[in-house]
Write a protein that binds this ligand. Sequence first.
Ligand SMILES: OC[C@H]1O[C@H](O[C@H]2O[C@H](CO)[C@@H](O)[C@H](O)[C@H]2O)[C@H](O)[C@@H](O)[C@@H]1O
Ligand SMILES: [Ca+2]
Length: 568
Amino acid sequence: MQGLNLAQPGLKYDPQWFRKAVFYEVLVRAFADSKGSGAGDFTGLIGKLDYLQWLGVDCLWLPPFYASPLRDGGYDIADYKAVLPEFGTLPEFTELVSQAHARGIRIITDFVMNHTSDQHPWFQASRAEPDGPYGDFYVWSDTDERYPDARIIFVDTEVSNWTFDPVRRQFFWHRFFSHQPDLNFENPAVQEAMFDIVRFWMDLGIDGFRLDAVPYLFEEEGTNCENLPKTHEFLARLRAMVDEEYPGRILLAEANQPPAEVVDYFGSEDDPECHMCFHFPVMPRLYYALREEKAQPIVSVLADTPEIPTATQWGTFLRNHDELTLEMVTPEERAAMYGWYAPDPRMRANVGIRRRLAPLLDNSRPEIELIHALVLSLPGSPCLYYGDEIGMGDNIWLTDRDAVRTPMQWTPDRNAGFSSVDPGKLYLPVISSLVYHYNNVNVEAQMATSASLLHWVRGMLQVRSRHPVFGLGDFQVVEADNEAVLAFTRSMEADGNDPAEAVLCVNNLSSRPQAATITLPEEFAGRQLVDLFGGSGFPWVAADGRVTITLGTRDFFWFQLRGGEEPA
Ligand SMILES: OC[C@H]1O[C@H](O[C@H]2O[C@H](CO)[C@@H](O)[C@H](O)[C@H]2O)[C@H](O)[C@@H](O)[C@@H]1O
Ligand SMILES: [Ca+2]
C-alpha cells in the first residue's frame, strides 16, 4: 500500500479527490522568503500553509523548483532529482509535503518531460560524445529541414525549432527556447529515465504531476509533431505504472489544444492516460464573454467540448504563471481580446497577454467576482493563481512572463512582508504601482477587512466545498431569453457519501442590470430556488419550468433547486 499516502494525518483516502478539489498554483520562489535571500523557499512556504488552509484550497501545484539555470522560470531543468539550493533542501521539501498533508492539503509538482536545460549533464554528454550512453538522448540532425510542419511556439524569441550546436556540429530540436533541447522519446532509455523520475518524487510523497508541454513529446515527419499516437501510448504506459505503484496519485496534462484533441489525453475507460487535463479553450472565452456581454462564447466552447471518461476531470483556471494564452481562439477573437485587454504592446507576449487577473479586469470588483463565480461553478476543478485572491497587480516593465511572477504581498511593510532582504536584492521587485501597491493590496489588510476580496474568495471556496455537485455533477445549459444571461444547472445523483443535489447558476454578463426568464428542464418544474449563500427563498419554478430572475450589474446567483430528493 506504498502508494496511498494513508499515513498522512490530515488526508482521507479518496481516489477521486481531484474531482472536487480546488487547486492553487504557487511559485516557491514568489511566496515567502524565510532566509532573507531575496527569493522564496520551502521553509517560507511551510510557514504560509496555515494561510492556505484557512483560504480553503485542497491542492497546491508547484511549478519547477529543481536545479536549473532559471532561464525559463525553472522549466529548464538541469537535474530532475535535485532541488535548487536557493529554495532549500530535499529534506525541507519532504517536510513541506508532510506539513501540507497534515493540514489536508495535497501537493502536485511540475514534470517537464519534453526538454531539459542545455546545462543538463545529459545534454552536455550528448553533444560531446555522440556515440556515448547519452548520444541519442536528444533529437539531433545534420539539417535543420526536418519536421517543417511543426509551428514555433515562442514566436517572440525563436525563429526555428532547430539550433546548430558547434560542439557536436549538428542541429538539435527544441519546441521552446533554444536553450531547452527536446529529449528523444524514441530512445527507450529516455522513457525509462522518465519513469525513474516519476518514482523518485512519488516515493517522496507527492500527490501527482502536472505534465508540462505534453503534446510535444514525440516527433514524426509529415505531421505537426503534436498529439502523436506514440505520445499517447507512452502516457498510457506511464499511467498504468502510476495506478499500479501509486494509486490515488494523479497526472494532469498541460495540453494547450482544442477540446477535440485535448480529450485524447484522458485516454479511454480501458486505456486511461491522465486523470485531469487543463481546459485551455474555455479560459479566454470567459474573458471574451465579459467584454462582449454575451453568454454565447462560453456556451459554444462547452458545446464543442466532448464528454470525458468517468473518474476524470477538467482543470480550469483564470490565470497562471504564463501569458493568458490566446492560441485557442480565432484570429478575430484574438484581435478583439488584444484590443480589450492588451492595448499597450508591452502587455503582450508570444500569442497572449502577460497580465494578472485584477489589472486585466481594470480592478473591477464586480467583474473579478463574476469571473471567479464562473470558474468555480462551471465543470472542472478550478486552479487559482497565487496573489489573485487579493487582487495583486502586475509589472509589464519586467521581461517576458516575470510580469506576473512578482513576490506575494503579505503586509504593507518592507518588501511586502515577503522577505527581509535589502529591496535591491529581491529576485523581482514587489508591485508598487499606484493602484496595486503592496501598501494597499496585501493579505494582512484584507484579512482585517471583512468585505475584502480575500474574504469573498474564501467564502466562495467554503460554499463550493459544501456542495460536491460543483465537482461531480452533470452540466446542462438552460435556455434564457436574454443573451447576456448564462444559466446552467449542475446536478447529480447520490454518490457515496455525497447526497443527490441540483443547483441552478445564473450569471449576468452585462454591465447593466438584466432580467431573464429561464426555462428549466421538466425534472426541475415546481422546485423552489434557495440561495446557496444566505439560504433565502427565491421564486418557485413554475409548472412549465419557467422562472424569472432579475440580476444587478455583473451579478450572479447560485440556487439550490430544492424539492427533489436532496436534503434541505
Ligand atoms: O517549458 C516550456 C514552457 O512550457 C509550458 O508552456 C506552455 O506555455 C506556453 C506559454 O508560455 C504555451 O504557449 C504552451 O502551449 C505551453 O506548453 C510552461 O507552462 C511554460 O512556463 C514554459 O515556458
Ligand atoms: Ca519533443
